[in-house]
Design a protein around this ligand. Structure first.
Ligand code: AMP
Ligand code: GLY
Length: 424
């Protein structure tokens, strides 16, 4: 069959690369893709939110399964649009994608389902939020915009004054636009974060190995927040007991609650958790594969991903054998453009990709790259996701950074400590 992957980042490159390995798959298309997906699959120049053009393409090219990478098209109802045309598509529909698209919806659902999370309050305007802040004790607190804000809608505050500034920015100055029409203010949780992803057909849950992202830009988790500067898998922080506990107390109740709410969830449930001294607590749900968590996860997955995703769409995940994993850990280092997560220049030629590709256990996934005059250039903030397997996390890290050293372009940088959290 032919498969269409929708999106253009490192996650979509990893998906296309993995799907292309399936003996069941003839052609893999990526819309719109990047320079890396152009090499491992076939790029199609259609934006991820141009639903009519994507549907036309899927029909004309006998696409048997489409997979949606990013949250934005999911929140806008791409799955509903594909299904209305009789096309098979992996991902939650618009009503179910609300789990990521509205933090207020998510937290209210989790509260009803008794899933542990931070204490929170929701507000419709700046005035009432500021009144609440003024009346409560002056302790660290987190202010969040309700809607999608490209991962930036969360402001962690040390004190009341910072929190009031955050409320004004979100609800009055509308720095995240409509996403700030509602606000969430919640207790600041302390601990280490973990990403637990699961594939579900709305009934059966197939939990993936735990992973850990690195959101802050700089070493030691300092500096501004980013889309994620690296990830590794498995994360020893979440051992088998904890993973089982998370399945039972977080994932299963969520799937039930979504069904009860009339929004059965099919797709990837990505639980962003804080592992606190009182146990794991939910920070948020995403409704898609994490980027960059997807890259080390798929490097390790041995099972044919197409079988699993198709079974999730057909509501027969219970028929799938337990997933098979490469026992070796994988580490993914994000190489970024100078200036990211602020503004940056594009168009610098990237050298050393061929050399990096020859290193053992290494796969360089492309995120923000493009082809210009036949050369690969940087075209985004997060540019490459250098991913490597190794016999231990330390060896996987060494392999990844050896590949990083082979790659150069003007202004390239990365964190030097990806996966060190595993040893804390
Ligand atoms: P979210 O998009 O809700 O996952 O938030 C983005 C990031 O903000 C998370 O990955 C955490 O690092 C941080 N964060 C969110 N909520 C909290 C919280 N209640 N306590 C501490 N940190 C938080
Ligand atoms: N890794 C964070 C995200 O995908 O949202």
């Amino acid at each position: 069959m032919n498969v269409l992957v929708i999106g253009s980042g490192g996650r979509e490159h990893a998906l296309a690369w993995k799907i292309a390995q399936s003996p069941r798959v003839k052609r893999v298309f990526v819309a719109p893709g990047n320079a890396g997906t152009a090499a491992d699959a076939e790029n199609v120049a259609i934006s991820a939110t141009d639903f009519p053009a994507l549907i036309r393409f899927a029909k004309q090219n006998e696409v048997g399964l489409s997979i949606v990478g990013p949250e934005d098209p999911l929140a806008r109802g791409i799955v509903d649009a594909f299904q209305a045309e009789g096309l098979k598509v992996f991902g939650p529909n618009k009503a179910a994608a609300e789990l990521e698209a509205s933090k207020v919806f998510c937290r209210n659902l989790l509260r009803r389902a008794d899933v542990p999370g931070a204490d929170y309050h929701t507000f419709k305007d700046a005035g009432s939020a500021i009144r609440y802040l003024s009346e409560r004790e002056d302790t660290p607190i987190v202010v969040k915009a309700d809607g999608l804000a490209a991962g930036k809608g969360v402001i962690v505050c040390d004190n009341r004054n910072q929190a009031i500034d955050a409320v004004n920015e979100i609800a009055r100055n509308k720095v995240f636009g409509e996403a700030g029409n509602r606000l969430l203010i919640e207790e600041k949780l302390v601990g280490q974060e973990a990403s637990v992803l699961a594939i579900t057909d709305g009934q059966t849950i197939v939990t993936l190995q735990p992973a850990q992202d690195h959101k802050p830009a700089n070493d030691g988790d300092t500096g501004p927040n980013t889309g994620g500067m690296g990830a590794y898998c498995p994360a020893p922080l979440v051992d088998d007991d904890k993973l089982h506990w998370i399945e039972e107390h977080v994932l299963v109740p969520t799937v039930h609650a979504m069904k009860k709410a009339g929004r059965p969830f099919q797709g990837v449930l990505y639980a962003g958790l804080m592992i606190t001294n009182q146990g794991p607590k939910m920070l948020e749900y995403n409704v898609r594969f994490g980027d960059p968590e997807c890259q080390p996860l798929l490097m390790r997955l041995k099972t044919d991903l197409v079988d699993v995703l198709e079974a999730a769409v057909d509501r027969r995940l219970d028929e799938i054998e337990p997933l098979e994993w490469d026992p070796r850990p994988a580490v993914c280092v994000v190489m970024a453009s100078k200036g990211y997560p602020g503004s940056y220049e594009r168009g610098f030629p990237i050298r050393g990709l061929d050399e990096a590709a020859t290193l053992p256990g290494v796969k360089v996934f492309h995120a923000g790259t493009a082809l210009k005059d036949g050369r690969v250039v940087n075209a985004g903030g997060r540019v490459l996701n250098v991913t490597a397997l190794g016999d231990s996390i330390a060896k996987a890290k060494l392999n990844a950074y050896t590949a990083v050293k082979a790659i150069r372009w003007d202004g390239a940088w990365c964190r030097k400590d990806i996966s060190d959290k595993a040893f804390r």
